[in-house]
Design a protein around this ligand. Structure first.
Ligand code: CA
Length: 733
C-alpha cells in the first residue's frame, strides 16, 4: 500500500511526463559482443520507483495485488491469489476501462502491474505505461523500427510483454534489440543489439530478469537462424552469458556457456553436412524462460529445426540436440545442467517453447512433494519432468494425434513411420501450428490442475521438391502447396474449418488425464488465467472473453471484447478492487495464414487493453471495420496451366502472410480485391522490385522468376472471380 501511495502522487504529474517521453530512441544501440564486466558490479542503487528485485518477484504469491512478471510469478503459474471476483459474483464483471493500442496487427502482450502502473506492449514492440486504475496513459515508447523487418516475422509483428526490474522496463524489440527504459519516464536507458541483424532474427518474447540479469532469446527458425538464450547485465546491457541451443556450423567452440554441452552431447547428433550448416539449424528460444528459485537455474524451451524437414537439415538423421527440448542452465553462468528433448529429430515444427510451469506435486510416498517442470508443447504430449534433474516422470497426449502412438519409459515418442514424410503429402495431427502454441497455459496449485489452451489444426506435410536456401524467406523444406487445388471445390473452406478445433483443457498432471474440457468453435483460442476465486479466464480469437468454474469447466460469464482475445489475461488489485485485464488485437500466425472464413473486413486500430471490475459499465467502442468491396480488379486471364503454377508458388511464398487459398483474414491485404493485383505492372513492381518493402512487403525477385510472379497474379485473379460469387461465411471480428 505504501508503494501505491507514492505512485499516486506521481500519477498527478503524468500528463507532463507523457509529453516528455514520447520521443524516439536517441541513443545508438550497442552491439553485444563486448566482454562481460571483469569484476562483480557493486549493487545498483535502489530506485524509489518500480523497485522490483528478485526477492520481490520470488515472493509474488504473497502480493497478489500486483502482476510482477510475465507468468505472474517465477514459477509462471498465472494463478492469482485474489478472491474478490469469484464464482458467485463473476456475472457482475463489466468493463472498467479500455485503452487503445492504436494497432491493426496482432497483440499478444500480458501486462505487468507494479505499484499501480501497468506496462504493456503492442505490435512493433511499442511500450505503453498506464495508470492501472483508470487506464490513463502515462507514457509511450516507440522503438523506431524499420517496418521492412516485418518480412522476417514468421507470425506477425507481435510482442508478448516487458519485464520490470529495479526502476527499469525491459523490452525485446522485433528487430533484435533489447532495450531498458526508465520505468517512470519511458526514456531509453540502454539499447543492445542481441542478434546479427543481417540474418532473419526477430524478438517477440517477454524478457525475464533474475539477480540483475535480463534473459532474452529470439525467433527466426522458419527462415533460417541459429538459436540461443542470452543474459545481459540489467544495469549496463552488457552480455553476461549466452547458451547456443544447436552446434556451431563447424562444430567448434563459440567461447560461450554452451561450449561443453554442445561438444559432449549435441555435436554428434547432427550430420556434418546438410542445410543446417548454412541455415543455422534453428532451436530458437522464443518464448518460455523460467527461473527455478529452488535450484537457482534457468529452464527454457527450445524451438524447431531449421529447415523443418530433417532429411534436408541433417540428411543422415540424428536427434539434433537441443532442438525441441527443455534445457536447464545455471542462472549465474549459463552452464548446462540438464535437458529433456520432447521431439528427437524434429521434422514438423514441433517447438518445445511453450509455457513451462514449475510446481511441487504430491508424487512421492505419503503425499511427499516433488518439484517438477510441466509443459504441453506443440507435439501434443503433456510432460511432467523432474525440475532438479530433467528426469522424465510421465507424459500423455492431451489432444488426438496421428504422428506417434505414445511415449516409451524415457519419454521418447513412439513415432508412426509415415510421419517422416517424403514427397507424398501426409495429413498429420498436430500440424505446425501445434497442439498448443504461444498462448500461455496456467496452473492452479490449490487444485493441482493445468489449464491448456489446446488446438487441433491438421497439416499436410510433404518434402519440397525444389528446396533451396532462401536467406531472407521462409525456408522449411516443406511444400506448403501440397494437396492444394487450383480451384477449391465448393464447400472446401467449410470442410477445412470443420477439421479445426480449440479446447480449454483442465489437465490433471498426476493422473495425466483431462479433468474437464471445453470445446470451442474456433481453433485459435487464448491464453489462460487461473484465480483463487475458483475461476479460469480465457479469450478466443473471435472476441469472446469468458470465465469458467475452475473445478468443473462450467461457463459462468463472458463478454465480447470486439477483437481477437488470444493473449494471456492478468489480474491485480488497487485499493481492494480486483481488476481482470486482457490485451486484444487482430493478427498472429493463425490469423495471417489460416484466417479463411472470417468477415471480409479491414481491421484498423482494433488493438486494446480491456480491463474489467465488478460492476464496471464502460462500453468497448466498436472497431472500425470497413467492408471490402469484393470486386475482381481484372479479367480472369490465366490459363489452367498458369493457375496451377500460381497455386504452387502462392502457397510456397505468399500464403503464410496473405492467407491460404488467397483468402486473407484482413490483417494483411486480401490480394484478390487489391488494385495492385489487377495491374501487371504494379504487381511486378511490388512483388519483384519491392516497392512496398518499407511496409514489410519485401522483393521476391530472389526466389521467383517474372513468369512465376505473373502466374501467382493469375492464380489470385482466378480466386477473385471464384470468391466474388460467394458470400463471406462470417465470424468475428
Ligand atoms: Ca516454428
Amino acid at each position: 500500500m505504501t508503494l501505491r501511495n507514492t505512485c499516486g502522487l506521481w500519477l498527478a504529474g503524468a500528463a507532463a511526463l507523457t509529453l516528455a517521453a514520447c520521443g524516439q530512441a536517441s541513443q545508438t544501440p550497442e552491439a553485444d559482443d563486448a566482454p562481460p564486466p571483469e569484476t562483480e558490479a557493486a549493487a545498483p542503487p535502489q530506485p524509489d520507483f518500480a523497485a522490483v528485485d528478485t526477492a520481490r518477484i520470488a515472493a509474488a504469491d504473497e502480493t497478489p495485488d500486483e502482476w510482477l512478471s510475465y507468468g505472474g510469478n517465477y514459477d509462471e503459474h498465472r494463478h492469482s491469489g485474489l478472491t474478490k471476483v469469484d464464482t458467485d459474483n463473476v456475472g457482475r464483471l463489466g468493463v472498467a476501462w479500455t485503452y487503445d493500442l492504436t494497432t491493426n496487427r496482432g497483440v499478444e502482450s500480458t501486462p505487468i502491474v507494479v505499484d499501480g502502473v501497468m506496462y504493456v506492449t503492442s505490435a512493433w514492440s511499442v511500450v505503453h505505461a498506464l495508470d492501472a486504475e483508470t487506464g490513463e496513459e502515462l507514457w509511450v515508447y516507440e522503438p523506431d523500427v524499420d517496418y521492412a523487418v516485418g518480412a522476417k516475422a514468421c507470425c506477425d509483428v507481435v510482442n508478448r510483454g516487458v519485464a520490470v526490474y529495479n526502476g527499469k522496463v525491459y523490452v525485446g524489440v522485433i528487430d533484435g534489440r533489447l532495450e531498458a527504459l526508465d520505468a517512470q519516464t519511458g526514456e531509453l536507458v540502454w539499447s543492445t543489439v542481441t542478434v546479427d541483424q543481417s540474418k532473419p532474427y526477430t524478438i517477440t518474447g517477454a524478457p525475464r530478469v533474475v539477480d540483475g540479469k535480463v534473459l532474452i532469446g529470439n525467433g527466426g527458425a522458419e527462415l533460417g537462424v541459429r538459436g540461443y538464450l542470452s543474459a545481459y547485465d540489467a544495469e549496463t546491457g552488457k552480455r553476461v552469458w549466452r547458451f547456443y541451443t544447436v552446434p556451431h556450423p563447424e562444430k567448434k567452440a563459440d567461447n560461450a556457456a554452451s561450449d561443453t554441452a554442445l561438444a559432449k552431447l549435441a555435436n554428434d547428433t547432427w550430420d556434418d553436412e546438410g542445410a543446417w550448416v548454412s541455415d543455422g539449424g534453428g532451436g530458437t528460444v522464443w518464448d518460455s524462460i523460467v527461473y527455478d528459485t529452488v535450484n537457482d537455474q534457468v529452464i527454457f524451451g527450445v524451438g524447431n529445426g531449421s529447415p523443418w524437414n530433417r532429411d534436408v537439415r541433417s540428411p543422415s538423421g540424428g536427434d539434433n540436440l537441443f532442438l525441441s527440448s527443455i534445457v536447464a542452465v545455471d542462472a549465474d553462468t549459463g552452464e548446462y545442467n540438464w535437458h529433456f528433448q520432447t521431439t528427437p529429430g524434429d521434422n514438423w515444427d514441433y517447438t518445445a517453447t511453450q509455457t513451462i510451469i514449475l510446481a511441487d506435486l504430491p508424487l512421492g510416498e505419503a503425499g511427499a512433494t516433488r518439484r517438477v517442470a510441466m509443459q504441453a508443447p506443440k507435439n501434443g504430449f503433456f510432460y511432467v519432468i523432474d525440475a532438479a534433474t530433467g528426469e522424465f516422470i510421465s507424459g500423455e497426449n492431451f489432444v488426438p494425434m496421428t504422428w506417434a502412438t505414445g511415449l516409451d519409459e524415457n519419454g521418447r515418442p513412439l513415432e508412426v513411420a509415415e510421419a517422416r514424410y517424403g514427397s507424398t503429402p501426409v495429413m498429420q495431427l498436430p500440424g505446425a501450428l501445434g497442439a498448443h502454441n504461444w498462448q500461455p497455459m496456467a496452473f492452479n496449485p490449490e487444485l493441482d490442475l493445468a489449464y491448456i489452451p489446446a488446438q487441433e489444426i491438421p497439416q499436410a506435410y510433404a518434402r519440397d521438391p525444389r528446396f533451396s536456401d532462401m536467406p531472407t524467406k521462409w525456408n522449411t523444406g516443406v511444400d506448403f502447396s501440397a494437396g492444394q487445388p487450383p480451384e477449391p471445390p465448393e464447400g472446401t473452406i467449410d470442410a477445412i474449418r470443420a477439421t479445426l478445433k480449440g479446447r480449454l483443457i483442465a489437465w490433471d498432471p498426476l493422473a495425466q488425464e483431462a479433468r474437464w474440457s471445453v470445446e470451442h468453435d474456433n481453433a485459435w483460442n487464448g491464453g489462460v488465467l487461473s484465480t483463487a476465486g475458483g475461476l479460469v479466464f480465457q479469450g478466443k480469437l473471435d472476441g469472446e472473453f469468458a470465465a469458467y468454474d475452475a473445478a468443473t469447466g462450467e461457463k459462468l460469464w463472458s463478454h465480447d471484447v470486439k477483437s481477437g482475445a488470444a493473449s494471456g489475461p492478468g489480474t491485480y488489485a488497487i485499493d481492494g478492487e480486483q481488476y481482470v485485464t486482457i490485451t486484444t488485437g487482430w493478427g498472429s500466425a493463425y490469423a495471417l495464414a489460416a484466417g479463411m472464413g472470417y468477415d471480409e473486413t479491414v481491421p484498423s486500430t482494433v488493438g486494446k487493453v480491456v480491463t474489467f471490475k465488478l460492476g464496471g459499465n464502460e462500453i468497448i467502442a466498436d472497431p472500425d471495420l470497413p467492408m471490402i468491396e469484393r470486386t475482381p480488379k481484372a479479367e480472369d486471364f490465366a490459363s489452367a496451366e498458369m493457375v496451377q503454377d500460381g497455386t504452387v508458388h502462392y502457397a510456397r511464398n505468399c500464403a503464410v502472410c496473405h492467407g491460404q487459398l488467397a483468402i486473407s483474414s484482413g490483417v494483411l491485404p486480401d490480394l484478390r480485391w487489391s488494385a495492385i493485383a489487377g495491374d501487371a505492372e504494379a504487381w511486378n513492381s511490388v512483388v519483384m522490385d519491392g516497392t512496398l518493402s518499407a511496409n514489410g512487403m519485401v522483393a521476391f525477385d530472389d526466389v521467383l522468376t517474372p513468369e512465376q510472379s505473373e502466374a501467382i497474379r493469375g492464380y489470385v485473379i482466378r480466386q477473385a472471380h471464384i470468391g466474388a460469387g460467394e458470400e463471406p461465411t462470417g465470424g468475428q471480428p
